[in-house]
Design a protein around this ligand. Sequence first.
Ligand SMILES: [Zn+2]
Length: 318
Amino acid sequence: MSEQIYIGVDLGGTTVKVGICDKDGKLVQTYEGPTESEGGYELVTDNINTYVKKIVESSTYSWDNVAGIGAGIAGFVDKNGFVKKAANLGWENVHVKNVLEEKIGKPVIVNNDANVAALGEAWSGAGAGAGVSDVVCYTLGTGVGGGIIIENKIHQGFNGMAGEIGHMSVVPDLEAIQCGCGQKGCLETVSSATGIIRMAKDAVERGDRTSLSLLETITAKDVFDAARVNDEVAIRIVKRAAYYLGRSMSALAVVLNPQRFIVGGGVSKAGDILFDQVRENFKTFTPGALQEGVDIVPAKLGNDAGIVGAAGLNLFKI
Ligand SMILES: [Zn+2]
């Protein structure tokens, strides 16, 4: 059998997810096991090696079919697969690419998890087909993550830090609040689940009339649900989150001219109530020529984007 397969590793703080993809980015098999990050990088990389070997053994493929292994890691990873810092793993200055290649005996490519998820979506998720090669991905969760794909490759920037779109400074000074990155007014402060919840809590504390004040704890989903039944405060919060998302896309469109914006993460599950307004704001702020043929769509792969994108690292030689 000469078919080439690609293995993706999504290395999380508690679980390692491993998957086999074919050359078209179809996820054909998955496996997962504990990270055991408390054991340090030696144990974690041993575990990855074990899981990779196990998934191949339990598949219909042989080790010779494996063209390469890719891994996505939350943290700062440079272009050489050197992890400067990965807080959830407790790693600092680990040359994870070299360590894994030595243990596994196949080429390994390592990248940041948000970049990898973006590649997964571009390759076989919401960017698949129709020759979409230039994509910007947003992940709206606790924070706002991002990844930029240009001509089918992750755009990394000179220091590997490109794609931090959650930290675009978009909120005017007078309304800007502190972001975890040390700056103020980042997109993440208004368009993440955390930002949406904060705006809702502020409104309740101010005494605004809203059904949200009846809840013991407020989630981002509660805010979208309330907006759907015409709670004015909730509508205002959704509008604000969508406004800055749309504006940030406009800023990226004039610089990068991507064909598609893909929006994933928990907040994106809000659906049309969010997407319609994001699209409207994008239209309002983007010059006509830069809107042409550009669309804003929900992500498709969900939690598998990380595994699929990691597998794709070797196919696209990123
Ligand atoms: Zn920030």
